[in-house]
Design a protein around this ligand. Structure first.
Ligand SMILES: C[S@@+](CC[C@H](N)C(=O)[O-])C[C@H]1O[C@@H](n2cnc3c(N)ncnc32)[C@H](O)[C@@H]1O
Length: 212
């Protein structure tokens, strides 16, 4: 069944995406799983998200997927690892969607002032250091419009968020941290949040128009 869905999905794939996926696999760069991508793109389409802020570009794969999914969409994406940023620049430079993507190098937290000066975003996609999920949302959600969406990847963390003691010892703290974040996001009065068991787990929070 998955092969069938993959065949359907790939019918309107951009040629450069295959190259990016192969690079990611070869170099062990984590990119968004396809099931999660489908949900992310659907959420962005349903909410007419034209301005998207992404934290964690890696090699620019999800930024390109988001930008190429709608003619009117503009994606700003931030990556703090030099090599990944350079690789993203390399891949995106050859894409027709380059003008729709603003690729920034550095720690996302260093861009708060710049982001605060611009117009608000329709969506925020958090796919960076998992231990900072809450800080990313505390810091950047104020620049998402009310009714906009906040999407966070890896909220299941291979199932270890539910059972941190089953994670390898070195990852147990992170698993507990992700679980604490999930509870915080689920119960935050500013967001209507739903969790989806796709890929490594995707949380989608809608920034409420009025507070509860
Ligand atoms: C899972 S990868 C992103 C994958 C990408 N969204 C995709 O699906 O194609 C996470 C990336 O976030 C970056 N990152 C982590 N913390 C960050 C921060 N504070 N600011 C900017 N980038 C960060 C990491 O260097 C890493 O490349």
């Amino acid at each position: 069944m998955n092969a069938y869905l993959e065949m359907l999905r790939k019918q309107n794939d951009l040629p450069e995406l295959n190259e990016m996926r192969s690079y990611a696999e070869k170099e062990n760069v984590p990119i968004l799983e396809e099931e999660s991508m489908q949900l992310l793109l659907q959420v962005l389409a349903l909410t007419n998200a034209e301005r998207v802020l992404e934290i964690g570009s890696a090699i620019g794969y999800s930024a390109l997927r988001m930008a190429s999914d709608s003619r009117h969409r503009k994606v700003t994406t931030v990556e703090r690892e030099r090599e990944r940023y350079e690789q993203a620049r390399f891949f995106l430079a050859r894409s027709d969607y380059r003008p729709s993507i603003t690729l920034l190098y550095g720690d996302a937290f260093d861009y708060v002032e710049d982001i605060a000066k611009g117009p608000s975003y329709d969506a925020l996609f958090v796919d960076a250091a998992k231990s900072h999920n809450q800080s990313f949302i505390d810091t950047f959600a104020p620049y998402v419009k009310r009714g906009g969406v906040i999407v966070v990847d890896n909220v299941l963390f291979k199932g270890w968020a539910a059972n941190p003691t089953e994670a390898p010892k070195r990852l147990q703290k992170l698993a507990r941290n992700i679980h604490a974040f999930n509870e915080w996001f689920q119960n935050h009065p500013d967001f209507a949040t739903k969790f989806h068991a796709v890929g490594d787990g995707l949380a989608v929070g809608i920034k409420r128009k009025t507070l509860f």
